[in-house]
Design a protein around this ligand. Structure first.
Ligand code: ARG
Length: 566
C-alpha cells in the first residue's frame, strides 16, 4: 500500500501545497469505507474552513488528477478506493519482486540497535522468563534486520555473583555424589538445593563460599576459577540445545564476568560525575531526585564486591562505546522494572545525553500449567521438556491428519516448537500469558499451527496447479475483486513491520499473520482456484503464491518455520 500512499501524498501536496511529510495517510477504521483515508483536520486552521468542506473540495480536485484511485469525501475524511485490478497487480507485483524481503527495507541503514536478550543464569535451568526473552528478543532483532538496521544481539549470561562461590563450595563437598556430565543442570540444581538446606547448620559453608567468591573476583586463576569455568561450559552446552531448537543465535555471548575488568573504571566514572555517596559503608547513587521513592542504586558493597547493577552499568558504557547505538533494548521481564529504572536513573544523574536510547523492553509472565503437564524438580519447569512435549503432541495431530507425511518427525518439531514460540509472541508483550496445551497446539485457533497450516494449504494449491499444468495464462487482475480484503492486508504488511520495530512489539506481526490467515481461509474456501477460466485461475494462483510468500516471510520474522506440508 506504500506505493499508493506515496502517490496520494504527492497528489495531496499538489492540491494543498503542504509538504508530503506533513500529510498522514491512515487506514480507515471501517475497511468498507475505503483502502486508505486522509483526515482533513490538519488543514482546517490554515484554510479557515470546516474539515468536511475541505474534504469535499479536495476530493473533487483529486478525482480530476488521480488515476485508478477514487476519492470520496465522508465527513472530515477523504476515503480512497484503489481500482481492484490495479490494487491486485501492484501488491502482488511488489511481493513477487521482493520475495522473502517483502515487508523489509533499508531505512535502518547506518543505525545500530543493540538487543540484550535471553540472558539465563549459569548452573540453573533456563526459565520460562528466559524463553520469553529469547523468543521476543530474537523477533525484535530479526524485524530490525529486515529493515536494514545493524543489530547486535547480546546474551548477557548471569555467570557472576556470590552464588558461584556457593556452587564451588557445594561441588567441592558433594560433587563426587552427582553425575555432572549426563545432566549437568539437574545435578547443579540438586547441589544448590542441598547447599541451602545445610547452610543453616554449618557456618563453614558460608565462610568458604564468601572466600570462593572473593577469589573469583580477585581474578586469580586457581581452583575456584577453573571450577567456575567448567560450570559455565556445562551450562552453556545445555542452553545451546534450546537455542538450536529455537533457531536463535547471538552476535555476542558476554557473561556478566566479561565486564569484571571494566568495573573499576565504571565506578570511577560515576564517582567523577559527582553523583555517588557512602551509605553504611556501601557506595551508592541516590535516586530520590529521579523519583521520590526510588531506592538508591548500590554500586559496591561494604566488602568491596560489586553487584548486578554495577555490571549492567559497565555493560551499557561498553556497548555505547563499541556500537554507538541508536537504541539499546533490554528484553527482560517486567519484574526487573526497578532495576532498569535505576540503571537509567544513574545515567540521568550523570547527565548522559544518550540515556533515552536505553530502553527496558519489558514483558509479562508466562504461566505454565501445573502438575503432570511438565516435569518438575522442586518448582522448576524444564524448557526442553516443554519443547519435547509440544513436538510429541504435534506429531500425534500430524499422524492423525496426514498419516502419509514424508518427514513427519522433522515437521512435528517445526510445528511443536513453532506453537510454543508463536504463543509467546501472540499478545502484547507486557501482558501475562497462559500456556494451555490444547490452545497452543490447535490447528484452528489463534495459534502458530493454524498459521503454518494456512501456509501449507496454499503450498498444496500451488503443487496441484503445477501438476495440472495450470496458471500459464495471462492473469485477469480484475477477477481478484473478491479478494480485495486479503490483498489490502498483504499490502499493509510493510507498515506493520515498521510499527512492530518502532514499538519493539512482535505481537503486531503475529496479529497480522492471524488476520491474514483468517481472511485467506475465508477467501479460498469460497473461491476455487484451479479449473476456472484460465485467466481467472492464473490471477488466483498469483495471489496464492504471493500470500504464501508473505506469510512465510512474516513467520520467519517471528522465528516460526513454515513447512510446505503438515
Ligand atoms: N540474568 C538475568 C536474570 O536472569 C537477566 C539479565 C538481563 N540482562 C541484563 N543486562 N540485565 O534475571
Amino acid at each position: 500500500m506504500q506505493a499508493f500512499e506515496n502517490r496520494l501524498r504527492a497528489a495531496l501536496t499538489d492540491v494543498t501545497g503542504l509538504p508530503a511529510d506533513d500529510l498522514r495517510i491512515e487506514n480507515p477504521r471501517d475497511p468498507s469505507m475505503g483502502d486508505l483515508a486522509f483526515p482533513c483536520f490538519v488543514l482546517a486552521k490554515a484554510r479557515k474552513q470546516a474539515p468536511p468542506a475541505i474534504a469535499a473540495e479536495l476530493a473533487d480536485a483529486l478525482n480530476e488528477t488521480l488515476e485508478g484511485i477514487e476519492a470520496v469525501a465522508t465527513g472530515p475524511y477523504i476515503n480512497f478506493r484503489v481500482d481492484r485490478a490495479l490494487l491486485a497487480e501492484t501488491i502482488i507485483g511488489e511481493i513477487e519482486a521482493q520475495g522473502a524481503r517483502y515487508g523489509g527495507g533499508d531505512e535502518g541503514a547506518g543505525k545500530t540497535i543493540v538487543v540484550d536478550l535471553s540472558s539465563p543464569n549459569i548452573a540453573k535451568p533456563m526459565s520460562v522468563g528466559h524463553l520469553r526473552s529469547t523468543v521476543i528478543g530474537a523477533a525484535i532483532q530479526r524485524i530490525h534486520d529486515a529493515l536494514g538496521y545493524k543489530t547486535v544481539g547480546i546474551n548477557h549470561i548471569g555467570d557472576w555473583g556470590i552464588q558461584f562461590g556457593k556452587l564451588v563450595t557445594a561441588l567441592d563437598r558433594w560433587g563426587a555424589e552427582v553425575d555432572l556430565e549426563s545432566d549437568p543442570i539437574k545435578a547443579l540444581l540438586a547441589l544448590y538445593v542441598r547447599y541451602h538446606e545445610e547452610e543453616g547448620e554449618d557456618p563453614t559453608l558460608a565462610e568458604q563460599s564468601a572466600r570462593n567468591f572473593q577469589e573469583l573476583e580477585s581474578g586469580a586463576d586457581g581452583h575456584v576459577r577453573q571450577t567456575w569455568k567448567r560450570l559455565t561450559e556445562l551450562s552453556m552446552r545445555e542452553f545451546d540445545k534450546i537455542y538450536t531448537r529455537l533457531g536463535v543465535t547471538f552476535d555476542e555471548v558476554r557473561g556478566e564476568a566479561f565486564y569484571e575488568p571494566y568495573l573499576d573504571a565504571t565506578v570511577e566514572r560515576i564517582e567523577a560525575a559527582g553523583v555517588t555517596e557512602m551509605s553504611e559503608g556501601a557506595l551508592i547513587v541516590d535516586l530520590s531526585s529521579i523519583r521520590k521513592k526510588m531506592p538508591p542504586c548500590l554500586l559496591r558493597k561494604t566488602d568491596g564486591t560489586t553487584l548486578y547493577a554495577t555490571r549492567d552499568l559497565a555493560a551499557v558504557f561498553h556497548r555505547h562505546e563499541l556500537y554507538d547505538f541508536d537504541r539499546c533494548l533490554y528484553v527482560v521481564g517486567g519484574d526487573q522494572r526497578l532495576h532498569f529504572e535505576q540503571l537509567k536513573g544513574v545515567l540521568k544523574r550523570m547527565e548522559i545525553d544518550w540515556e533515552p536510547k536505553v530502553e527496558h523492553i519489558a514483558f509479562g509472565m508466562m504461566k505454565l500449567p501445573e502438575g503432570k503437564m511438565s516435569t518438575r524438580t522442586g518448582n522448576v519447569v524444564f524448557l526442553e521438556d516443554v519443547l519435547d512435549r509440544a513436538a510429541e503432541e504435534a506429531g500425534k495431530i500430524i499422524a492423525e491428519k496426514n498419516p502419509d507425511l514424508a518427514n513427519a518427525a522433522e515437521i512435528a518439531e517445526q510445528v511443536g516448537v513453532g506453537a510454543v514460540v508463536f504463543n509467546d509472541l501472540k499478545r502484547e508483550r507486557e501482558k501475562d500469558i497462559q500456556f494451555v496445551w490444547e490452545e497452543v497446539l490447535t490447528f484452528e485457533g489463534e495459534t502458530g499451527p493454524y498459521a503454518q497450516y494456512t501456509h501449507a494449504r496454499l503450498a498444496s494449491i500451488l503443487r496441484k496447479a503445477e501438476a495440472a499444468g495450470e496458471g500459464d495464462a495471462d492473469p485477469d487482475w480484475a477477477a481478484l475483486e473478491d479478494a480485495a480484503p486479503v490483498i489490502v492486508r498483504l499490502g499493509r504488511f510493510p507498515s506493520v513491520v515498521r510499527s512492530a520495530a518502532a514499538n519493539a512489539e512482535p505481537s503486531e506481526i503475529t496479529s497480522w499473520v492471524l488476520t491474514a490467515a483468517r481472511e485467506l481461509n475465508a477467501w479460498y474456501t469460497q473461491h476455487r482456484v484451479l479449473g476456472q477460466d484460465p485467466a481467472v485461475t492464473s490471477a488466483r494462483l498469483r495471489l496464492v503464491a504471493a500470500a504464501k510468500s508473505a506469510l512465510a516471510g512474516a513467520l520467519a520474522l517471528l522465528g516460526v518455520a513454515a513447512p510446505e506440508e503438515m
